[in-house]
Ligand binder design. Structure first.
Ligand code: TXA
Ligand code: MG
Length: 335
């Protein structure tokens, strides 16, 4: 596959997309694996390339209001307020679909997921194609989402036409998904816009369990995980971490921990590989560093990884959500 970051690469990518091919591109959350969102055959290729279950619908990415009007019914009031506050940005809205949207995109649902990304390359690309782009995260199904172009290369090699390199993504975790086709609005996936920020605009948002509708179909699958076990440490258990390191002495062990824990545990033997997630009080840094760290420690040959847990406040909610899905809790037998 080709990889590039210049204007001519965006033009080449647009031409490939118009011809029904797959091209990965940067957004401010994670890299997306793009296809012409109105071309059912192109969208079907996304599922094949990712090994993605057919019942897991795709997000359509837009760059103007005309595209929105083509694919979704007019925004309900809560949706309009959220769109005004957070679009373009790391938020996806679930809306009533219009007939133009292929069934393969929505997995047969009567709703469609729509995002207007706030990334200059993504916006230029969508405008150049002139149609909404379907784009899941550009990783093989179940793997950590890509926050750098090489993550995409590592998962897909020659299986896709190319990737536009936009450098590291800003947020590092996927968009917040809010279902505004129901009342009250329901938070299907925490992400780049915090729950507190949403509620500041539309009042209380519901959790999926409290609503009638099935939650985002994709949330039921194993997600975000490297190929080795990841064990999450309950808060304030440095003793456990020390005992774990002692029990695994000589093995290549990866630590994805906050500043404070790493400082308390240092120094480390050479077989311990460290990835700093930043200060506990700043989960935005953990969000930006998480997926890259998982891939790097995996590539470095770690047999097992220990990861920190985060308070579910602000961006900590999305960080904790991803960590809970990619790891299992520490158990006594782990020593
Ligand atoms: O930040 C992001 O959202 C990235 C970038 C590339 O935009 N995309 C992304 O896509 O994370 P993906 O496919 O990895 O996750 C999309 C999620 C899935 O959990 C899917 O089930 C859910 O959105 N989804 C899509 N359409 C839906 C619908 N109509 N109703 C409920 N959930 C839906
Ligand atoms: Mg994904």
């Amino acid at each position: 596959m080709w990889q590039g970051s210049q204007d001519e690469d965006i033009q080449a990518a647009a031409a490939a997309l118009q011809a029904g091919e797959l091209v990965a591109f940067p957004t401010e959350t994670v890299y997306g694996l793009g296809a012409d969102g109105l071309n059912a055959r192109a969208c079907a290729q996304i599922f094949a390339a990712k090994g993605r279950p057919q019942d897991n619908p795709l997000i359509l990415h837009i760059a103007n209001e005309e595209m929105l009007a083509e694919i979704a019914e007019p925004l309900p009031e809560a949706g309009a307020r959220l769109a005004k506050a957070f679009w373009p940005g790391p938020m996806t809205l679930i809306l009533k679909r219009r007939p133009l949207v292929p069934d393969v995109v929505t997995a047969g649902l009567d709703t469609v997921a729509v995002r207007w990304p706030d990334h200059p390359v993504a916006q230029k690309l969508i405008e150049a194609v002139g149609r909404p782009l379907a784009a899941p995260s550009a990783n093989k199904s179940g793997r950590p989402s890509p926050t750098l172009a090489w993550h995409v290369q590592a998962d897909f090699g020659e299986a896709i036409a190319g990737v536009i390199d936009g450098g590291p993504t800003d947020v590092g975790l996927e968009s917040t998904i809010v279902d505004v086709s129901v009342t009250p609005p329901t938070l299907l996936r925490p992400g780049g816009i915090t729950r507190e920020a949403l509620e500041g605009v539309v009042g209380p948002v519901a959790d999926p369990e409290q609503s009638e509708r099935p939650k985002a179909p994709g949330m039921k699958y194993r997600h975000y995980a490297p190929n080795v076990p990841v064990i999450r440490l309950p808060n304030a258990t440095l003793e456990t971490a020390r005992a774990f390191l002692a029990a695994h002495e000589g093995e290549t062990v990866g630590l994805l921990l906050d500043d404070e824990s790493l400082n308390a545990l240092a120094p480390f033997s050479p077989s311990v590989l460290v990835w700093n997630l930043g200060p506990k009080t700043h989960p935005e840094l953990a969000a930006a560093r998480l997926f890259d760290g998982l891939r790097r420690l995996e590539a470095a040959g770690c047999a097992v990884m220990l990861i920190a847990t985060y308070d579910e406040r602000g961006m900590g909610l999305a960080v904790a959500n991803r960590i809970n899905k990619l790891s299992r809790p520490y158990e006594e037998g782990d020593l």
